[in-house]
Design a protein. Structure first.
Length: 591
């Protein structure tokens, strides 16, 4: 809790400093009172929470005096004053976010109003059988703007594979781009897409060009380098006929605006995502906003039928339970309801993963007091159980005559299990959990003496920013191995998403150990088994979207280790970001 308090104190100090700065010249030339300071601080606080604006009356906006400008004055070119805030339809914005929303709405309206040649689907009557997937194919056949949403296992990528196969047949020399917000999401998109394209039903439709499609990050697609200006934009649009973006729920206001601005006229944009997942880390919830616009009803299809979670599957039941809960009952009643409808609390134990197995959920409640290290050790040991197979694979690698033959197997087994944390600090935060798992792995492999600095065989690491010089994206994950180069043995990290080896000494100091990921960073990933840790320190940061995102990363097993009251919070609190996107899109479409 001390870490959270420290962060809150830092945030409060930042907001106070900026509030004082903005009220001074050259921004303002009039006397400001405490009401002005309160409004400014509310706006800055809302931005930190991911909101683009706050609700406000005209009277409240007027307390900002010359610091605010009415939106209609900007739009009618009747305003020669530069002001840091904008008042627009009962919403008060920092100018930057008002401008981003306005630009995004214009781009949405442009794509919605595009007339493109329809694709004849009469030759493909049996390509899809699910009614919602058929609707998605028909939508893309005639629309420029397309939004396909659905929960895990509803066949978003399966449907996409058939859509692009049809487009590829119908449009000679079609240029297709595939992208996702993170490197890991792009890699998973590639794997899922290639699996779908290998379907026998598509044999006559899939070309070598389609099989070679290589999804990349949105940053790479747009040519966003170290600066903030993309290579592709409204005046120099992307050179593609079809642009597909997976994990669109992760799009923030700024990135979505850059992306849509770069989509050329006459091109098709396909956004895939699950709006019930976490919104972007930065300001905005673009996918959720666009789902609320009535005039975009014919531009979106929501896939309903899940094939990953069969009828009665526990993970599917839990996902549905999270989505339908309301904070209208006591904590005890809610926990009892979860026990009856999903699973009863017990103790976390080892689960043997098999190719064909029923999905499982384990739920264990943490005791109220865990102040001593000794009290926490047993829980660290339980979280380590999921890495037993990884330790065995590393032992085989370390003792093999030809260890390089084991690299692929080690990588595969590592991706079977991951621990997800809600916060970075504290006894059950990402940093401490990574240290505890690392310590146990080194002991199990007797590698303490062979560790050099931060490096050792089996260390998984994750990039924390885009490094265009090295060719890495934020979220790329690799595993450290020992390799012989020119007679010298050295630590090198293999990044499977890039099929690339990099000497450990060339990687940045900021690279993070990745036995444990934050739930935010896990978006776009998929594991056979996930362990989700929600201790009391995370209580005020949790939401339904966070828990839903965490458990739907798992294909077969979810192990939840949680403080009971924190678990209740995660089941009942829905995050609703304040935004004016819906109003602005409606305005541009109907003006």
């Amino acid at each position: 809790m001390e870490n959270k308090q420290y962060k809150d104190d830092q945030s409060a100090a930042w907001i106070s400093t900026w509030s004082r700065f903005i009220r001074q010249q050259p921004f303002s030339h009039t006397a400001q009172d405490e009401n002005t300071s309160d409004i400014i601080q509310q706006i800055l606080e809302s931005i930190q929470q991911g909101d683009s604006c706050i609700s406000a009356t005209r009277q409240q906006a007027d307390t900002l005096h010359d610091l605010v400008v009415p939106a209609e004055n900007i739009q009618d070119n009747r305003q020669d004053q530069v002001a840091p805030f904008v008042f627009d339809r009962q919403h008060l914005y920092l100018y930057r976010y008002w401008a981003l929303e306005n630009s995004l709405a214009q781009q949405v309206a442009r794509l919605k109003q595009q007339t493109i040649p329809a694709v004849d689907l009469s030759a493909y009557p049996d390509l899809l059988t699910d009614e919602y997937q058929v609707q998605a194919l028909k939508m893309v056949a005639k629309q420029a703007l397309n939004i396909i949403t659905g929960g895990p296992g509803t066949g978003k990528t399966y449907t996409l594979a058939r859509i692009i196969a049809v487009l590829n047949q119908a449009m000679p020399n079609i240029r297709i781009a595939m992208a996702a917000p993170t490197g890991k999401a792009a890699q998973r998109m590639k794997e899922a897409l290639q699996n779908s394209l290998n379907d026998k039903k598509l044999q006559d439709l899939v070309t070598d060009e389609l099989k070679q499609l290589n999804p990349i990050t949105i940053h790479r697609l747009l040519g966003l380098g170290t600066g903030s200006q993309p290579r592709f934009h409204a005046k120099q649009p992307l050179p593609y006929d079809v642009i597909v973006v997976d994990e669109a729920s992760m799009l923030d206001l700024s990135l979505a605006n850059m992306l849509l601005s770069a989509v050329p006229d006459q091109a098709r944009l396909i956004l895939l995502g699950d709006a019930d997942q976490l919104a972007a880390v930065d300001v905005g919830a673009v996918l959720a906003d666009l789902q609320q616009v009535p005039d975009l009803a014919e531009n979106r299809v929501h896939l309903v039928n899940s094939r990953r979670f069969e009828a009665g599957a526990l993970i599917g039941k839990m996902a549905q339970f999270i989505q339908t809960q309301q904070a209208v009952q006591t904590s005890a009643a809610l926990l009892e309801q979860f026990k009856q409808q999903v699973v009863a609390p017990s103790e976390i134990h080892a689960v043997a993963l098999q190719a064909e197995m029923q999905d499982q959920i384990q739920l264990e409640y943490l005791p109220a007091q865990l102040s001593r290290q000794f009290d926490r050790t047993a829980y660290y040991d339980k979280l380590m159980l999921g890495y037993r197979a990884y330790i065995d694979a590393l032992k085989s690698y370390l003792t093999a005559d030809e260890p390089e033959l084991w690299v692929t197997q080690v990588v595969k087994i590592f991706d079977d299990y991951r621990i997800l944390a809600a916060i970075r600090h504290g006894a059950f935060g990402l940093n401490q959990l990574n240290q505890q798992i690392e310590q146990r792995l080194l002991e199990a492999l007797s590698l303490q003496m062979s560790k050099q600095g931060d490096w050792y065989v089996g260390r998984p690491v994750m990039m924390t920013y885009n490094d265009y010089q090295l060719g890495f994206s934020n979220g790329d994950i690799g595993i450290c191995f020992k390799r012989n180069r020119d007679g010298q043995s050295q630590f090198e990290v293999y990044f499977p998403s890039l099929e690339k080896w990099v000497p450990a000494t060339r990687l940045p100091k900021s690279i993070e150990t990745a036995f444990v990921l934050t739930i935010h960073k896990s978006q776009g990933s998929e594991f056979t088994h996930t362990a989700v840790v929600l201790d009391e320190a995370a209580k005020n940061l949790l939401s339904k979207e966070l828990l839903y995102t965490a458990i739907t990363r798992a294909k077969k097993v979810v192990s939840v280790l949680a403080d009971s009251e924190t678990f209740v919070q995660a089941l009942t609190i829905k995050t609703i970001r304040k935004s004016g996107v819906l109003d602005k899109v409606n305005n541009f479409l109907n003006c």
